[in-house]
Design a protein around this ligand. Structure first.
Ligand SMILES: [Zn+2]
Length: 94
């Protein structure tokens, strides 16, 4: 289940097997990067990235940031899909 998606937010963040992905990232585009998908392997990196979006005025819901911080506290800063599961209760409805 994504952390947040377009509609409720101006960014689309979701967990992959190898990291947390910012899909169709406007920041990548404004940096002149061809690839519009950014992947982060640590929570500190993705939280920093989210702050850059907020600095541009992009909407990021509080629940997405809270969930990132909760997972960071639970499993440590380095993203690990095996430690991340089993999903937190709010993911069970996916
Ligand atoms: Zn982004």
């Amino acid at each position: 289940m994504s952390y947040c998606r377009f509609g409720e937010a101006d960014i689309y963040l979701y967990p992959s097997n190898t990291g947390i992905v910012c899909c169709a990232c406007d920041l990548a585009e404004s940096n002149g990067e061809r690839e519009r998908e950014r992947e982060f392997s640590s929570y500190s990196a993705v939280l920093d990235h989210v702050r850059q979006h907020q600095a541009k005025g992009h909407r990021v819901p509080d629940h997405a940031i809270e969930r990132l911080k909760t997972e960071q506290q639970r499993i440590g800063d380095v993203y690990d899909v095996d430690k991340r599961y089993p999903p937190t209760p709010d993911e069970e409805d996916q």
